[in-house]
Structures are given as C-alpha cells and as structure tokens.
Design a protein around this ligand. Sequence first.
Ligand code: B4P
Length: 183
Amino acid sequence: MKKKLLFLGPPGAGKGTQAKLFCEKYGLDHLSTGDLLRDEVSSGSVLGVKASEVMNKGELVSDELVLSIVERRLEKIKQGWLLDGFPRNVNQANALKKLLVKINQPMEAVVLIKIADDYLTKRLLARGREDDTEGVIINRLKVYREKTAPLIDLYTNQGILEEIDGNADIDVVFSCIEKALGT
Ligand code: B4P
C-alpha cells in the first residue's frame, strides 16, 4: 500500500475530513499544516499571533514558518504520512522535494479532491470557522487558483496524481480515494 501521500484541493474540498478518516483506517501520520497552525494560534505564541492575522485574511502563512513546522514533524515519522494542505505553492513544493530526497522518502501519490466553488462556499459558511466568512472564502479561493493550482500540473507531470470528485457524501468520496490508491 502507498504510505507517502498528499491530499490536494481547494479550501473546503474535504482534504482534512478525508485525511483524518484515511489515517485512522490505515495507521498513517496525518500532517495538516492548517491544524498545526491553528494549534500555534491557540498557544498564543508570537508566531501564532502573526499566523492568525494572515489566516483570518485568507492569505498563506509564510513559507519559512510552514516549512520549519513540517520539517520537524516529517523527520520523526517512520510508518508513513499523509500531507494535508501542504505544499500550497510552488516554493513549498520545491522545498518539500528537497526534504524528501534528504530523508529518502519519495512521495508515492497525490490525491486531488475536485469540487465546484459554489459547493465549497456553502460548506465553509456552514462550518463557520473564524476564516469561514464570505469575503475571506472568496480570497482563499483566489489564492488557491493563483498559488496552489499550479501544483496540479507539477504532480500530473510526475505521473502520481489521482483525481477524485469531492461533490458526494463523505463515505462515497472516501471509497473513491481508496479505489484510486488501490488499498
Ligand atoms: P486548512 O486548514 O488546510 O483548511 P481548508 O483548506 O479550508 O479545508 P479542507 O479542505 O481541509 O476542508 P475540510 O475537510 O475541513 O487551511 C486554513 C488556512 O491555514 C489557510 O487559508 C492558510 O491561511 C493556512 N495554511 C494552511 N496550510 C498552509 C500552508 N502550507 N502554507 C501557508 N498557509 C497555510 O472540510 C470543510 C467543511 O466541509 C467541513 O465542515 C466538513 O465537515 C465539510 N465536508 C467535508 N467533506 C464533505 C462532503 N463530502 N460533503 C459535505 N460536507 C463535507
């Protein structure tokens, strides 16, 4: 079974939801940069205060901060990992590639969860997190299109991208992911 995975998709596509289920079932370490940043915010640290200002505008937190968090965590994992919400731009993808070469753990598959903007906005408004207001969601979608979507071509060209339709019930999306990954 593939054990070095990345879940990619627009905000609200269900990356976090599916990643959690997948890691529980298959015993992988779930590495969500969104969750790790929210932990930093709750701790009230200087970095957390800075991160919270950026997240509440729907922008991306600095590559430097995110990379240091990921590097510290990835090096300790032995069993297999699932990256959720990282990388989010080409710079982060290049840094990740270097890190994976260094620790000799190449990425095995990327799951792209696709879904139309209308559904995403409805889902996120219903969730109601601090960064789930209409104006911030519009900006997050714009940032996704400009900065994260170019990663789709990058991983397609590497031949490791699997596309999933995210506009279905959670268990249906989960089965599609399992099928795509051949579990
Ligand atoms: P994230 O925490 O990654 O959150 P997200 O992309 O908005 O949500 P996700 O796709 O995981 O959706 P979820 O499963 O929760 O990012 C938040 C912020 O952190 C970013 O804007 C950025 O500022 C910062 N950040 C994170 N990573 C970064 C990085 N690498 N670099 C820089 N900054 C970074 O699902 C959403 C909702 O839909 C939930 O309520 C869920 O219950 C529901 N849902 C899920 N699947 C469903 C389904 N099939 N049907 C119906 N509802 C569903």
